[in-house]
Design a protein around this ligand. Structure first.
Ligand code: FES
Length: 406
């Protein structure tokens, strides 16, 4: 089989050709043989064509409606967590399924519309092309553009303004359906929020920052208590009423050469000792404190003989209370809990990458990848003998981040 298509064309010859001629030349130069080609609807707007247009339109409209529904659900549906027995639980449980159904139908409907259009409206065609090597020359590039133009023409989309609009709107809204959930992940880490037991949402604060708002914060020890089973006239049920998760500590609660993890416990949330009220439910507040990402603090009681060797950091000389030192438990490497206190050497170990910090030397790193000392929390004892925070951390807790200076 020989191909004798003329391959060299001057600029003038190419300029003189119409789009159809260039498209035909393109197929010939590419060694493409159109074995079969048939228009779907040789007569424009016949009833069969209108039926297909209606079907494609239906799926596009459904796609658009579902995309709008998705965005509406995503923005306006009540999504804040509700527990069992809370008002609005039913609506809350529908949030995720509705997102799934609406986004799924958006994509599915648009897919159906495209498949229907391609199957029923584009010309039927069987073409055979020989492979060729090497980069494309000027002629090929020009003819490819012409072929694309030809495809647009034969797709008949150019004269179907309604479908064009629906298709464009569907595509844009589908893009929004995909992009909108990503929007929820974009947050300004510096934006100040309302200060709570987990800080204000910025990297600078923690629950201990409430101290600067005049809140008295006890060093709360986690009892690990869970909900209790109660039997009433209405039957048996589990309840956290009267269950205290965080309790206040006195210095004598901790033996020498030992460590306790403590969390900020606001005075208003205390429910232990002489203040215990079996009808109060402080459980959720305490759990929020325990779950605060920068709240955990190691309270270490040194041996008196070791405490005499302590080297204080400048500006932190009065942060300790006697032999008691409180360091942030969040590793300054990449934020694991530095859970291990080795009493023999007074080293604090992070199990993640084996950083070690010297408890006698203001929590300074002495081994491993961590490069900054563990922030120290100022502590003291109140008039009733309970350990309390004497201030907030004076530097951000946890790993380094852009813009921090200490
Ligand atoms: S997170 Fe602690 S050593 Fe890496």
């Amino acid at each position: 089989m020989s191909y004798e298509t003329k391959k060299e064309y001057t600029q003038q010859e190419l300029n003189a050709m119409s789009n159809d001629e260039l498209a035909r030349l393109g197929t010939e130069l590419d060694g493409v043989t159109v074995a079969f080609r048939k228009e779907r609807f040789p007569i424009a707007n016949d009833p069969a064509e209108r039926r297909v247009v209606r079907a494609v339109g239906f799926w596009l409209v459904l796609s658009i409606v579902m995309a709008i529904a998705f965005l509406g659900v995503y923005i306006f549906w009540p999504w804040h967590y509700k527990g069992h027995g809370d008002e609005g639980l039913w609506m809350y449980t529908l949030y995720t399924p509705l997102l799934g159904v609406t986004s799924g139908l958006t994509i599915l409907s648009l897919g159906f519309a495209v498949v229907l259009y391609v199957k029923h409206m584009l010309p039927q065609e069987i073409s055979v092309q020989r492979r060729h090597d090497g980069p494309s020359d000027e002629v090929d590039r020009r003819t490819v553009v012409a072929l694309l133009n030809d495809s647009w023409k034969t797709s008949t989309l150019g004269r179907r303004k309604v479908l064009q609009g629906l298709l464009g709107t569907g595509a844009v809204l589908m893009g929004l359906v995909i992009a909108a959930p990503l929007g929820g992940m974009i947050k300004n880490p510096w934006k100040r929020g309302e200060m709570g037991i987990q800080g204000d949402g910025t990297l600078w604060t923690s629950g201990w920052s409430l101290h600067d708002q005049g809140v008295k914060l006890y060093l709360g020890r986690d009892t690990g208590a869970i909900a209790e089973q109660h039997t009433t006239e209405t039957g048996s049920h589990w309840s956290t009423t009267g269950v205290t998760r965080l309790v206040r500590m006195r210095p004598e609660d901790l033996a020498a050469a030992s460590m306790e993890t403590v969390f900020p416990l606001p005075a208003s949330e205390v429910n232990d000792g002489e203040l215990y009220d079996p009808k109060r439910d402080v459980y959720e507040h305490h759990m929020h404190s325990i779950h605060g990402p920068r709240n955990a603090v190691m309270l270490i009681r040194l041996r008196t003989s070791d405490a005499e060797k302590v080297i204080e950091r400048e500006g932190q000389e009065d942060f300790h209370y006697g032999d008691y030192y409180a360091y942030s438990k969040i590793c300054t490497h990449i934020g694991c809990p530095t859970s291990l206190y080795e009493a023999q050497t007074n080293r604090i170990l992070c199990p993640c990458h084996q950083s070690q910090f010297n408890a006698l030397h203001y929590g300074k790193p002495v081994f491993g990848p961590a490069a900054r000392a563990l922030p120290q929390l100022p502590i003291t004892v109140d008039e009733e003998g309970y350990l309390i925070a004497a201030g907030d951390f004076i530097e951000p807790v946890g790993p380094a981040f852009w813009e921090r200076k200490s």
